[in-house]
Design a protein around this ligand. Sequence first.
Ligand SMILES: Cc1cc2nc3c(=O)[nH]c(=O)nc-3n(C[C@H](O)[C@H](O)[C@H](O)COP(=O)(O)OP(=O)(O)OC[C@H]3O[C@@H](n4cnc5c(N)ncnc54)[C@H](O)[C@@H]3O)c2cc1C
Length: 404
Amino acid sequence: MYTMKNITIVGGGPAALMLANHLDTTRYNVTIYDQKKSVGRKFLVAGEGGLNLTYSSPISELTNQYVPQNFMATALTQFTNEDLITWLETIGIPTFIGSSNRVFPSEELKPIEVLNKIVENLKTKGINFQLNKQWNGWTTAGDLHFEGQEDIVSDIVVFALGGASWKVTGSDGEWINAFEQLNIKTIAFRSANCAFGVNWKKTFIATYAGKPLKNIAVRFANQTTKGELVLSKFGLEGNAIYALSRNIQQALESEEHVDIEIDLKPMLTTTELMVKYQNSTLSKVTGILKEDLNLDRTAIGLLKQFTDKEAFTNPDLLIATIKAVPITLSAVEDIDRAISTLGGIDLDEVDEHFQLKKIPNTYAIGEMLDWYAPTGGYLLQGCFSMGFSLAQHLNESITDNENE
Ligand SMILES: Cc1cc2nc3c(=O)[nH]c(=O)nc-3n(C[C@H](O)[C@H](O)[C@H](O)COP(=O)(O)OP(=O)(O)OC[C@H]3O[C@@H](n4cnc5c(N)ncnc54)[C@H](O)[C@@H]3O)c2cc1C
């Protein structure tokens, strides 16, 4: 007979749910606490724009997307994108690889059905749920204090409290004060994977707000990302800029504005564009852009904003602008609208198993730690991999302790 140990998981997002799914429940009594009346609310919000669960690529390429890479590499190798896809399949969530190698649940499954299957699996395993319970710090004796509840003593505590965007989902970042009080170093939350403000001409944005620029590339400093942008009243959003968001956000901390360039034709060189332009049988520039260079109305509208009459009718200047539309960004989107946040617990505060160095048997996983990944399924993959990795460590350590 083994002595059962208690694990208290505080926060019920993807990192927590994956951890609980893989803990050995013959050895651990596992309880998940969440301050909302149901778990996985941000996971459901993520599903509103297409639930991008992970990214299909060799593991080395996957790992390259994370900052810092060395912090995430072990967890990602222990539970890869392939492992996630296989595990989801075993609990009745088939997936497919969509455009740009993004992995989504089968089209028949709504995000709520995906979440329900994960939660049902947890219930079958005997995981307990304590909902509407807000953790707000430690007692002087070091027990967990939940608002209006008796204090909790637990053999092992895992925090999976998330970042600080979309507060309505429960991920409000308020927990940071309790950690600071224990001298655990934290870093202020900032928006990541977010839109950036552009001072558009009113007449231009009135026509083009909500319109996409597809198959473009964005350059900032020495980085280029291909993808899509959407023009909005606030500025620019979409995966091509989200992928640069960490660096742009950092630059905007010290500069009033930063300059980026949009390449409207990243698959063609300047010379190739010029050949197409010169071979055109059309006389009007707009016609050539549309028919021969295959630019849509939004791209042409943007181009007109950033070229004067002389440049628009000069093929050299026009093509140079097609390859590098200069845009000035002057603001970062409000943190509550960001897809993810930078900041949280400083990575130096946890060991290689995500255990807090200052509080034994207490761990922190998921977005509450200060790591970054772009959109594309990398955020969820990172959270799932951390949850799995910690479960494996805890399962192994309880066996090792008994064998000693
Ligand atoms: C609009 C949007 C779209 C997104 N799309 C994608 C996508 O397509 N692909 C992708 O990979 N990622 C996406 N993400 C990001 C992804 O959803 C998050 O990175 C992920 O949910 C983080 O998981 P987590 O387990 O760390 O924490 P969270 O999911 O944030 O969960 C934290 C939980 O902790 C609870 N909690 C917080 N404080 C307390 C407290 N004091 N007491 C008790 N409980 C507490 C919260 O209620 C919450 O349930 C998206 C995010 C947003 C906002």
